[in-house]
Design a protein around this ligand. Sequence first.
Ligand code: MG
Length: 291
Amino acid sequence: MEHGLIAEGSTLEQLATGGTWNEGPLWIPEERVVRWSDIPGNRIMRWDAATGETSVHRSEVEFTNGRMRDRDGSVVQCSHGRRRLERESAEGELTELVAHWGEHRLNSPNDVALAPDGSFWFTDPDYGIRQPREGHPGEREYGDCRVFRWSEADGLTSVIDDIVRPNGIAFSPDGTTVYVSDTAAALDDGPGHWIRAYDVHGATASGGRHFASIEVGLSDGIAVDVDGRVWSSAGDGVHVYSSSGEELLFIPVPEVVANLCFGGDDGDELFIAATASLYRIRTTTREARFL
Ligand code: MG
């Protein structure tokens, strides 16, 4: 393929199928597995790189969605059903990180990214409180839908409030830009079917601007590689953009793509959560992460 971003000879492989709506993939290097959420199935799945087998990691998980590794190897994940950000330790113990902004409950945290300062930034649209198959019906207690920053030291702060339905989130390699997708068009909440970019100043963000529009479907999840390219999900596959927003590559996928991550032993395998399935394609790059 063009631009040399796909490893020579690599083609899209279907690794697993049989899910309902797959989201939130994450490579766990110690286990050599991809862990992801089957949201309506209310379970977390795992695909084992050693055996190629798929199994249930946990069930009755209160509709988890996106997840990210912390520096200690634990996993921080979003739960629609518990309306919170939570941590799953390497031993499998679950603890709540944050569920309230002031006196109000969060909506239904959707996707999370680790910032260079060790804080977690996450999106909080309302899909998990208005779509019964993805959570429990409820109210938007604080009114709109925001992007929040959470750290143990600072607690919860609102960092972005001008996206109608914030969804996917990822930082640039130097941590000075955060990309957030708007999926408002999904349920006719607004025109949003695009990715926005913001300048990051430590614990705040400003200078929001349009980065790229997704023309088929939505940008539900995004990942940024070590050279600053933005890899986005879409209705027709994966679209890759330069840091200036120029489209570099399109990877067609036969199912609607929800989210993606890099992983594998060399970090160069792109794992794609797409509707019922998990796919893989080998690339020539790696994900930018602050671990
Ligand atoms: Mg999402």
